[in-house]
Design a protein around this ligand. Structure first.
Ligand code: UCC
Ligand code: FAD
Length: 583
């Protein structure tokens, strides 16, 4: 009888319920803020059509390519079958396809063609923003490529052919560039850490000898790098004044390297799609690009571009995870109702959304300023703001991205932790945003540098600009609470900066991070308020500004009041850190 009711052989029953998965749809169509922003500032039909079509390509093709790059990371082939050293970096087919698509769609070129005049950078970076979360970090080589083009352009086109290739739409001509700055002694302290030397050759060229400790997208065609030129006695000048900027092709036409040995590929937490290597430069043929001793100042133009890319990609990562989270909330049911009907869950997603919107507006503002400067239409205030806001935006959005993506993973519960959903790689890849291109503290010090070098003019530009935006927003009564919080924060910040002038440099340094956060929060608030006063703004836009201004907008003042920047407190900080560690 037993055999009668239970078949002898059966498939094991694993239940009937399967959770529907969140689906990615057209990222442009879904993005209310991006569309509104573009309609407000560049209401050009053909641009909207272009982004719409590009976006279709993103979710129908790029998304799968990015995933393939994650699953098939690059490998280093050191020797060929016959034992010859070849140092070949083998990337998957999808990586090559992303390169072709990037060229065809003009992802770098659009920044230099300047089809939309002052707004060309906003147009280009809107594309990048749509591309980035799907593109398996192909944005990394594109950032450096764009940065190299910018350096060449700003030095008066000493390398025309390279520039043309870096900004080409023709995939067979298109070149990508690396950015080799970091050595074992220092990635932040580049001038203290660079040991690479450059020996002048008879033909006016140079040979480089040194060890580069992190070189991302090493499959690039060319690179910019720093080295110290030796004099006739083989001596070099220490510090920044000894550093010059060089350009070199990485590979020879036959596929062999140009005096480079690839020591190994890095084993990284994330960015696994990108080949990042350690390189021995053993007589790499290179060309001097900058004036001698102007290496750091000359590569700073590349840093501006790559830091802006970092910002855009951070905002894009937040946008992607919030879209996926909200999609999932319509499909996952718990405690008898969908996640979207649990108010506490919606509050969590709403906070992610507010962060994402603030990050988006700051990213686009920096791109707008860059575009204006490049077209010669930036006024003095805008140039100063570009200098100040580039590090502010990079450091703040990177931290936001880590938090928002982490929160986003949690919104999927345990599934957020599962590799085959593709979600964990988003967190791994977000974590690098605050490390490369200058860590949070190093960029905070860059904020101080920009203030010091301009004798405070960048801050004046900041105060005037924010005040104007707040004043213009007074027409909208619903924004009053936000305007009041922002006004209070701005006045407190002004008082702080006025007293800062008389403080010793060490205490100023201690305030650098909180100062940068304050600048970011206040500026983001001003941009949200500004967006909410646009004639087609919605209630949602007003609501975003109000929610943003709920937080401590000026942490530098609250921390100062608590004595955090006093040297005595810094001493206590150190003691606390080392509590229990015997000398
Ligand atoms: O990490 C990397 C990753 C590559 C992957 C690409 C990803 C792109 C994003 C993709 C998104 C998904 S590449 C390595 C990045 N490395 C860094 O970011 C370095 C971090 N360290 C710093 O930024 C430091 O502050 C240094 C290296 C700039 C400090 O150098 P010095 O030599 O000590 O600095 P000085 O002496 O203060 O400055 C030397 C000159 C000065 O100009 P002059 O001589 O005219 O007075 C400075 O004003 O450089 C100028 N300068 C700048 N100018 C320094 N920083 C800047 C700046 N940010 N803007 C303009
Ligand atoms: P350190 O400078 O030793 O920093 C250690 C800590 O000290 C950090 O927390 C930092 O914030 C803090 N710190 C440093 N200075 C100060 C200060 N003055 N005051 C207070 N705190 C300070 N580099 C390239 O050149 N090219 C590349 O292509 C490249 N690709 C990379 C790819 C990946 C995946 C990663 C992770 C790194 C890459 N880097 C690359 C290197 C990267 O730019 C550096 O690692 C980074 O700039 C930090 O330098 P560091 O590692 O020497 O850290």
């Amino acid at each position: 009888t037993h055999a009668h009711t239970h078949p002898l052989f059966s498939r094991s029953a694993i239940g009937t319920f399967f959770q529907e998965q969140p689906l990615l749809t057209n990222p442009f169509t879904q993005d209310a803020l991006l569309q509104a922003y573009l309609r407000r500032h560049i209401p050009v039909q053909e641009l909207e059509v272009d982004l719409q079509q590009f976006s279709e390509c993103v979710f129908s093709e790029v998304e799968a390519l990015g995933r393939e790059c994650e699953l098939h990371p690059p490998v280093l082939q050191r020797y060929d079958a016959w034992g010859r050293r070849v140092d070949r970096i083998i990337t998957c087919g999808a990586w090559g396809r992303l390169r072709a698509l990037a060229a065809q769609h003009g992802l770098v070129a659009a920044g230099y063609e300047r089809t939309y005049g002052d707004w060309s950078r906003v147009y280009q970076m809107s594309k990048m923003y749509l591309f980035a979360p799907s593109a398996g970090l192909y944005t990394c080589p594109l950032a450096m490529t764009d940065g190299a083009a910018k350096v060449i352009e700003s030095l008066g086109m000493p390398a025309r052919e390279a520039f043309d290739r870096l900004t080409s739409r023709d995939e067979s001509r298109f070149w990508t560039s690396g950015q080799w700055m970091t050595e074992r002694r220092g990635g932040s302290d580049v001038s203290g850490g660079t040991e690479t030397v450059a020996r002048r050759q008879q033909d006016g060229g140079f040979k480089l000898y040194g060890f580069k400790w992190f070189t991302s997208a090493t499959d690039a065609d060319m690179t910019l790098t720093l080295a110290r030129i030796t004099d006739e006695h083989g001596h070099t000048t220490p510090g920044t004044r000894g550093l010059s900027l060089f350009m070199a092709q990485v590979w020879s036409p036959d596929g062999s390297t140009n005096g480079v040995e690839v020591q190994r590929l890095k084993e990284k937490l994330g960015t696994r799609q990108v080949p990042t290597a350690e390189l021995l430069l053993d007589g790499m043929n290179a060309r001097l690009l900058s004036e001698e001793g102007r290496g750091v100042a000359s590569i700073a133009n590349m840093l501006t571009i790559t830091r802006i890319y970092n910002t855009v990609c951070a905002a894009a990562a937040m946008r992607r995870i919030t879209h996926l989270s909200r999609e999932y909330a319509c499909k996952r049911s718990v405690f008898g109702k969908l996640l979207k009907d649990h108010r506490l869950h919606m509050q969590t997603l709403c906070r992610m959304e507010v962060e994402s919107r603030a990050a988006f507006l700051l990213s686009m503002e920096v791109c707008r300023l860059l575009g204006r400067e490049e077209c010669g239409s930036a006024n003095e205030r805008e140039s100063l703001l570009l200098r100040l806001l580039t590090p502010v935006a990079k450091l703040y959005t990177a931290k936001q991205a880590v938090c928002v993506v982490s929160e986003g993973l949690e919104s999927f519960g345990g599934q957020g932790y599962m590799e085959d959903t593709g979600l964990p790689s988003m967190l791994r890849d977000a974590q690098v945003l605050s490390i490369w291109e200058g860590t949070t503290n190093v960029l905070s010090l860059d904020v101080l540098r920009s203030i010091g070098k301009s004798s405070g003019s960048v801050l004046q530009a900041f105060f005037i600009d924010v005040r104007e935006r707040l004043l213009a927003a007074e027409v909208c009564p619903a924004l009053r609470p936000a305007l009041s919080s922002l006004g209070t924060a701005l006045s407190a910040l002004l008082r702080f900066t006025e007293t800062a002038e008389s403080r010793p440099a060490e205490t100023l340094e201690l305030s650098a991070r909180d100062l940068s956060y304050s600048l970011a929060r206040i500026y983001m608030g001003a941009l949200l308020v500004d967006h909410a006063t646009w004639k087609h703004a919605t209630q949602t836009d007003v609501y975003t500004a109000l929610r943003w201004c709920d937080q401590d907008l000026c942490p530098v003042v609250s921390r100062d009041a608590a004595g955090c920047f006093e040297l005595q407190m810094a001493e206590m900080d150190t003691q606390l850190v080392y509590d229990g560690l015997k000398p």
